[in-house]
Design a protein around this ligand. Structure first.
Ligand code: HEC
Length: 328
């Protein structure tokens, strides 16, 4: 059976090869017949080279400009942390996401919205459906109108989005000394440094250096641009109690968990995308090997071919043929 398959494959290959031989030889004849197309060929190559050089130079310029902006920024650069999900074959730590959701709910949600995440998004990620339903029922949603045209309050459902802490931006600013707490759904993607920055910001509060004048209601954080942030230090050791007694709620653990949660909210499809890339790699490596094999197969006889120009031999052969014809 396998032999049969193999011979079919070889047959198919040789057919392919035959048709490509004709194609290649005619293309070759066409190209060598006119020196005009050779000139075109060289012109296209030069254009391609110029395009490549320009793209490279633009890339370098952009990198240099970015580096110089970085170097002249007025904040400390966050340290790179070893995030478990940054590995080649690793997924986002879902236990950490579950704890991070708890931190968001208990600490951050009083000021920050998470308006692009619905309770249904938590299902299968860090909660079962019944757990997520119970979470949703904990909030009150203003809904309506009902059949009498009245608006009413109802407990939340899985399809509801996380509640907003303030009715509007103005209310948010009024409650926070004029600074608006940004929505956290995409904050990890929206800030340079991503998760490293968020973690550093949450754990980086310290006393301002001598001579640094802080206005009332602002706090010093070296990782925040300008150094003065309107959000105070909210995370400290044991500011949250975890259900899992094995996880000590130190300030850095809490900050790591809420940052991991925000990584997930920024890219809920992170794991699926990574899985897809792995599949593409596996499949394309097979395909590349097959393509290489077929290429070698098709070119093998062309590459090993020798073309002789021997007019006398041809002449002799012609004569011999003619002689044979005449003698018949
Ligand atoms: C008391 C209200 C309050 C709470 C609670 C709060 N924040 Fe904030 N947060 C703010 C305000 C106000 C700002 C805007 C700061 C500014 O622009 O100076 C802010 C800004 C931020 C920023 C953006 C910083 C930047 O680069 O612009 C992040 C990230 C952030 N908060 C994360 C969190 C996290 C995570 C929590 C929960 C652990 C949290 N916050 C809890 C009020 C709060």
């Amino acid at each position: 059976m396998r032999l049969n398959m193999a011979s079919k494959f070889v047959n198919f290959g040789s057919k392919l090869f035959k048709s490509s031989k004709n194609l290649l030889s005619s293309a070759y004849a066409k190209r060598s017949s006119s020196s005009g197309s050779a000139r075109k060929w060289i012109g296209a190559r030069q254009k391609l080279l110029t395009f490549g050089a320009l793209t490279g130079a633009t890339g370098l310029l952009m990198y240099a400009m970015d580096a110089s902006v970085d170097a002249s920024s007025d904040n400390v650069h966050p340290a790179k942390q070893l995030w478990p999900h940054k590995g080649l074959l690793t997924a986002i730590d879902k236990e950490s996401v579950r704890r991070g959701y708890q931190v968001y709910k208990e600490v951050c949600s009083s000021c920050h919205s998470l308006q692009y995440i619905a309770y249904r998004n938590l299902v299968g990620v860090c909660m079962t459906e019944s757990e997520a339903k119970a979470e949703a029922e904990g909030i009150t949603v203003h809904d309506g109108p009902d059949e009498d045209g009245n608006y009413f309050d109802r407990p939340g459902k899985l399809s509801d989005y996380m509640p907003m802490p303030y009715p509007n931006e103005e209310a948010g600013r009024a409650a926070n000394n004029g600074a608006y707490p940004p929505d956290l759904s995409y904050i990890v993607s929206a800030r340079k440094g991503g998760e490293d920055y968020i973690f550093a910001l949450l754990t980086g509060y310290c006393d301002p250096p001598a001579g640094f004048a802080l206005r009332d209601g602002l706090y010093f954080n070296p990782y925040f641009s300008g150094g003065a942030i309107a959000m105070g230090q909210l995370i400290s050791n044991e500011s949250v109690t975890y259900a899992d007694a094995d996880v000590a709620p130190s300030a850095s653990q809490i900050a790591k968990d809420v940052t991991t949660f925000l990584c997930w909210t920024s890219e809920p499809d992170y794991d699926i995308r990574k899985l897809l890339v792995i599949k593409v790699f596996i499949i394309s490596s097979f395909l590349i090997a097959l393509t290489y094999y077929i290429k070698r197969l098709k070119w093998s006889s062309l590459k090993t071919r020798k073309i002789f120009y021997l007019p006398e031999i041809q002449e002799n052969a012609k004569k011999a043929a003619e002689g044979a014809k005449n003698s018949k």
